[in-house]
Structure formats: C-alpha cells, structure tokens
Design a protein. Structure first.
Length: 168
C-alpha cells in the first residue's frame, strides 16, 4: 500500500473495445468482479474510433475498492489484455479487443504509472462515464470534481451515445 495509506483505496479504470466489444467488456467485468468483488459500473457509451479509421468503440468506467498496490492492478490488467487476445502495436491508435487503463488510485499522483491518467480530461469517452459514477470525486491534481470537469468539457469534440448493454 502506498506510503501513509490504510484500508481500501477507491480505484477507477477505463474499459474500451472495438473488436467484439460486448464480449470483451463483459469478460473484463466478470474477471474484475471475481478479483475485486463489487464493482461500480458506468453506462456503456459508443463512439467513433479516435486517431484512426476503425469500428466504433464501446467504453465504460469501472470503480472498486482494493488494498492492492497500483502496480499489482496494472499487472492484472495486462493479464486481462492477454486473455482477450490483445495484440500490441507500435501505433497506439489501432483497433483492440480490450483496452484497460488505471485512471485513478485514490488521490495518488505518480508520474511513472500515469496517475492520475492523462486521458481523464482529454477524452470524453473516459471523462463522461467517470463523471457519471463519481461526479463529486476530485481530480488529485486540479482539485476539480469530475462533474465540473465534464461540465466544462467540449462535448462536441468526442460525440458518443449511450447504449444498452447488459453486464452480468
């Protein structure tokens, strides 16, 4: 557990896929629930691929509490990527079976782990579902709430639509 932290830490992940996305989002939720217990799930959003021509992505945010170190969580996410058959490309802008990113680990700021993750205030498909599940959560660097960051975000820059996807 990082220095000075005691008890469970609230963690938020972004989850996305544009190759068999329903199957891969469900698998990720199932596996994360098996490892971490109760999950807080955002709605699922469909948006166009950003930075390349490809199928639409389905994206969501998952929250949970854990006492695992952030490095252990990242290691578990990499195993889920492997299980989903994700192929690593030199170009990060490509289709993928599963894309899991650790967005927040409590209020920990750690550059090497990209905490908080840069994508939070960069992409609407990350920020909108995060603001949905944790609107009062404060960004550890700016101090702004996720709801306020989403309110100030240029919503037209990343159009998306909410989709109904039953996650078991």
């Amino acid at each position: 557990m990082p220095d000075g932290m005691h008890g469970p830490i609230n963690v938020y992940l972004s989850v996305g896929s544009n190759i068999e996305p329903e199957q891969h989002l469900r698998m990720a939720c199932r596996e994360l629930s098996s490892g971490y217990g109760d999950l807080e799930l955002s709605s699922v959003y469909r948006n166009e691929a950003v930075g390349f021509a490809g199928s639409d992505f389905l994206n969501m945010v998952i929250g949970f509490a854990t006492q695992e170190e952030p490095e252990q969580i990242v290691e578990r996410l990499e195993k889920l990527h492997d299980r989903a058959g994700r192929e690593r490309q030199k170009n990060p802008f490509c289709s993928r079976t599963l894309d899991l990113d650790l967005l927040l680990y409590g209020d920990l700021v750690r550059r090497r782990l990209k905490l908080p993750h840069d994508d939070i205030d960069k992409y609407g498909f990350v920020l909108r579902p995060l603001a949905e599940v944790a609107p009062q959560l404060k960004h550890p660097v700016t101090g702004m709430t996720m709801g306020d960051i989403w309110g100030d975000f240029d919503h037209d820059s990343h159009p998306m639509e909410r989709v109904d996807l039953l996650i078991e």
